[in-house]
Design a protein around this ligand. Sequence first.
Ligand code: GAP
Length: 455
Amino acid sequence: MPEDLMQKVISLCKRRGFIFQSSEIYGGIEALWDYGPLGSLLKNNIKDEWRNRFVQKKDNVVLIDGTVLMHPRVWQASGHLKNFSDPLVECKNCHARFRADHMASGNFIGQGEAKTKNQCVQCGGKNFTEAKYFNLMFKTFLGPVEDESHVAYLRPETAQSMFTNFKQVQESMRMKIPFGIAQIGRSFRNEITTGNFTFRTREFDIAEIEYFVKPGDDEKAFELWLSEWEKFFTDMGLKKENLRRYEHKKESLAHYSKRTVDIEYKFPFGWSELAGVANRTDFDLSQHSKFSGKDLNYFDEEAGKSYVPFVIEPTLGVERLLLALLVDAYEEIKGGRTKTTKSAKETEAVLKLDKKIAPIKVAVFPLVKNKPELVKKAKEVFEMLKPDFMCQYDEADSIGRRYRRQDEIGTPFAITVDFETLEKDDVTIRDRDTMKQERVKIKDLAETLKKGLEN
Ligand code: GAP
């Protein structure tokens, strides 16, 4: 792992169109990031994999797409208005603001490490104001009147619309317990401390499932989901040794949780939460039933009785997963991988992303750009592949440089049209990881690539 891995990945993201600072021309805005052409393809591929695995391939999980703004009573019922807050302290010397829990541990996640606990990471001061609780929900107003009766909040998690829609989903889709409601959606948190690139931001996507079970079946379901969730991460390409579990102690559990296990990833700045699984018990449905006056009981025909289901919630942050995938996939080879050309003297970067999620699947090159017959043929191949694969055409610079440009963004396959192509109607396919080249007939190209991408 390169020492300054984080800086390298940040630089790659900007240089190659993965991630840009939001509103950069105005100096940027803290903890908000835009996903560029490659970053947004990568993010969509991650979401597609998630949907494919947890909705399409499951018989008992359905997808919804809820609103960001919900009835303000939702947040009273859920406990977010009262409990969704972080303790904020201010250094009396330099007026920097921190989360009290970060200050007490000496690890100001995202802001650095203090020499000792309870010391300001910026000026070394030791005098802080009393902790004040600061609600993380963004407040806005519905309609033109800005008064208390028109206040609304941007959702800090997607979970609540899966609870408020529980009955409608269950009845309209004729779901039987156990079943899950899945959602990927935008969530907003006015975080006190930010930093570490896209790790902790104020706007992000959560992908989560609310899995409704019979009370008593919750602990077993929790274990199953925890294993499934972990397997998803390794199947997406994260190295097993970079993942671990963190069991929350009773004192640090969220107000709704009976048990929470975080799945942590070994980011370059230390082990930090990537995802989690929580046992939310019947807390949310009971609360919404109480606050809305609606009966959210489920009648279990098999058991012959009604009950409020328990909920197991596997959750993950899409951007955090994307960041973990980038740092995990990044490899640098000093002196380069090719020993035969000038490039041997340079440092090469290869993004060994899983083929399923690579933003560009296939690059197409003419061997040289000053031979119109090669360019014409390469463009034909590009047009032929475009409907089936996310492709990029490139004719600038030497072929070695073009291979390296694609390696750096994780493109699994590069196709070169050369002089032999004109005679034999075949091309070379170069594999990103092995750098091996294979000649394939153009008529078999799409099929060969499809197979290669499945492996
Ligand atoms: N519904 C449960 C829930 O929202 P959470 O642990 O607060 O649980 C879910 O958030 C996931 O969202 C986390 O595991 C993390 O990956 C991601 N996440 C949380 N806060 C984030 C932030 N400020 N920026 C980016 N991702 C965040």
